[in-house]
Design a protein around this ligand. Sequence first.
Ligand code: SF4
Length: 220
Amino acid sequence: MIDFNEMISNHLKREMRPKTIGRYYPSEVGYCLRKSWYSYKKPKETDIETIKIFEMGNIVHNFVVDVLNSEKNPHVELIEAESPFLLNIDNFLISGRIDDIILVTVDNQKALLEVKSTSKLNYVKEPQDSHVMQLQLYLHAKKMQVGYVLYIEKNTLQSKIFEVQYDENKVNEIIDRFRAMDFYLKQDQLPPAEAKMNEKKGWLCASCPYFEECEKEKVQ
Ligand code: SF4
């Protein structure tokens, strides 16, 4: 008998690659700085079930690329998928990969598209702060004005899309968060337990791999 669950796990299993202090990623700044700090200081293997969820996100993204490339949608043109970028700030780097750059040919406007998969589209009333932060940073890196956060429900392919305008003040706040993270890491100082202190972020703690370590420390 074939154990296909095991085959998927084998296929997706990855080597853990420790992160380098001084090189940061847009996806980690919008959540809990303490959790990100731990991921540099006490790296842990990502559990296989979480890797499977990430892989489903990749599958959804590949589908979005097919839709954008489809000749049946001539009003939107995919210019570039998975575009890398590097921002040099003070004495650290922010590196990332932008999902898609599209050209909406109706109004000849270039825009960035950030794709997120979700299991419950009904709950998505507005784009998540962390997703908007990522997009703002990408707009900044690419010197573009308009972006969209696209949510796709994994089991129905229903979607919701939100327009985001570039906001320089917001970008400065985001870069300040990276500065704070860089400071805490280089000073070897634990940041406050942000998710515990912020109602909107409290849900992060339930699936945080550093819950036990964090519980032993002061909140601030
Ligand atoms: S348990 Fe919560 S507050 Fe602590 S590091 Fe994890 S997400 Fe942050």
